[in-house]
Design a protein around this ligand. Sequence first.
Ligand SMILES: [Cu+2]
Length: 388
Amino acid sequence: MRTAVMAFVTVGLMANPGAAQDFEDYVVRISDEGDAFVLTMGPVDLEAMAHGHGGSHEEIGVFPPIRSVHFPRDAYLSGFSYEVVDHAGQVLPTAIVHHLNFITPDKRELFLPISQRLLAMGKETGSQSLPGWLLGVPVEAGSELVVSPMLHNPTGQAHQGVHVRVRLEYTEAGGAFPFLKVYPFQLDVAFPAGDKSVDLPPGSSAFSWEGSPVLAGRIMAIGSHLHELATSIRLEDVTTGALVWEGLPILGPDGETVEGVTIGNLYRRFGVKIDPDHRYRVTVEYHNPGTETITAGGMGVVAGVFLPAGGAHWPEADVADPLYTLDRRHYMREVRGDYDLILGGGGVIESMGMERHGDEEHGHEEDAYGDVPPDDTTRVDPGGNPQR
Ligand SMILES: [Cu+2]
């Protein structure tokens, strides 16, 4: 509905020299502290942005380039925390990290032959940890970790030389602990691949995806990622009709901002059994009280850790699989758009300076210009085209 306005504004944006940040100095490092891997990413400059535009579809994202690091040793990950600091080392609000995705391309996902999503953290996940003596996620020395952040600036002030520092706590491999090796998994309503956001029409809406796992086992912990206006997310066993887990948004004092999502620590009841012969469905529900569709306003992902039955080995990725390739091109920001568009050969990102413009896991495509004031008229397509 804003197409005409946006096509016009795009021209102005492209000509705006202040809207460029070349990320020339941006690096991601991983170091080993003996009980944690510490990842440092930066520097990133964040412009001051006006307040008062609440919904996440209106946020302005800053997209540092995708980088890979390699794990320095074998270990079992058991938790994460992160902080944001500026060039002077001053601690900034963690809400500057809109989300941060870690992908381990050597392994596949539980429900799809795409790269495994190791971890996604963001403003509503906070820090999390598993009981490290009980549960650990194995990572191998030398294996690749793709680091894909989206930052934004809700502080009302500019910040220079911003760094994000993530601690991945681990238990050393080769010891008595953890007792159980678990593996991360995700189920996204926008699977199988492509941009992960959905448009929210006025009123109530629901989005879902279903599939079957490649292995039998148990879900030991589960959480989710939602946006503002979400009312619920659930994972169901379609074959039996049983509810595996339902998550509810935890709202902030304004009754609108999603500050957290309920977490299911299913290991306390020995997990929930998952069967490759069953189908599972993830469904997210939204209620948009407005009268206009909110473009790319919603997401729905459940993510957790899974214990394979009988100590089965987690499958390696089949890098020749067409879906694997498509998904990788998408998270590496070579293509953008939804699955059908990319499958049809569309969505190719060609021009320079596009690194920050696609949101491979997140889909706030229209918000991808880091320096643009948060105004409706600036909601443009990262490819410089009017929104579809
Ligand atoms: Cu999101």
